[in-house]
Ligand binder design. Sequence first.
Ligand code: KG4
Ligand code: ZN
Length: 365
Amino acid sequence: MDKSAPTRVLGIETSCDETAAAVVDASGRVLSDVVHSQVDLHALYGGVVPEIAARDHASAIVPVVREALARAGIGLGAIDAIAVTARPGLAGALLVGVQHAKGLAWASGKPLVAVDHLFGHLMAVYLTREGEPARGRPAFPFVALLASGGHTAIYRVDAQGDSSVRELGATRDDAAGEAFDKAGKLLGLGYPGGPRIDKLAALGDAKRSTFQFVSPMAHGPSLEMSFSGLKSALSRHVEQTGKPEGQALSDVCAAFQAAVVKTLVKKTVRAAQQVGVRHVVVGGGVAANRGLRAGFEAACAKAGLEVFVPPVASCTDNAAMIAYAGAIGFDAGSRAAMDLAPATKTLFPSVTRKGGGRRPSPAAR
Ligand code: KG4
Ligand code: ZN
């Protein structure tokens, strides 16, 4: 091994419906980033089917990892550590990546590092890719919104390392991406709904929409969120008036997106103000949304905050963020043993009551 070379980590990600592998160095420079998407397989069913996900990971994992090493131009011997998503996610899907990483670590004698997928999303903002313009890097402490298909939460990140992450508030029910996907299904847009609603919303006008959505829990100091009501409201609207088409469809998409964006932006800006930080990070698949990006730019500029949103390839599921999160863990001495098993829940402690439960007093909302 070349001792003068920076630490290089192979990352493996199979928590949901992307089989991904990447090689990243300790500074966050992406040497390769391979993503095999299963989206076409799941589109037939309108959502991710866990059994199908696990089977497709099993057939894709070896070629995807080989491709990541080949594109980085290095063999496994030049890798310093193998990082793998061990939680949270679909158990069968995670198992494929974890077992593959264990096999590689066992055969090569390289250290294995277990990564929490959510920590990967939070660290994606530090990745740098060849050819992209230089971007600023957020300084600790910062507040981060993580909005994906499976999770939506606001975190406070005090320092490097997953033990420095605290949840400030999360959705009580659906994740923001899940809300986009369910809305897409109701509107007949297929799966995943998020990118399709984003595209149509750009052609629509929220004010002209035949249905006006109320941004859920947008007012009051609470940092908890709720998105399932939007889906129910849209479902009732479609039942009563039929599926909108043409311009009316674009207008409804614009109104739906605006309602989700308003809640996400307001809560995150509020969190930054409550905590007293100036830097705001946005991550997860929903951060690819153009309305959300524009909403954050405008609101943060107004509030005197600086917002950092990674490029789309770093927002949606990828293994580069897992490799980089693994490099941080590796540097801090984190090592997983050969009895590593996947877990479906994140390591981050939750402060939000899932399902809502008894609501706080109206003043607190
Ligand atoms: O982070 P991600 O790739 O996977 C999970 O960890 O869940 O996020 C996928 C989610 C899906 O719900 C998808 O609809 C949503 O991110 N998404 C978007 C956009 N691109 C992806 N939602 C809104 N607008 C987009 N442009
Ligand atoms: Zn994700």
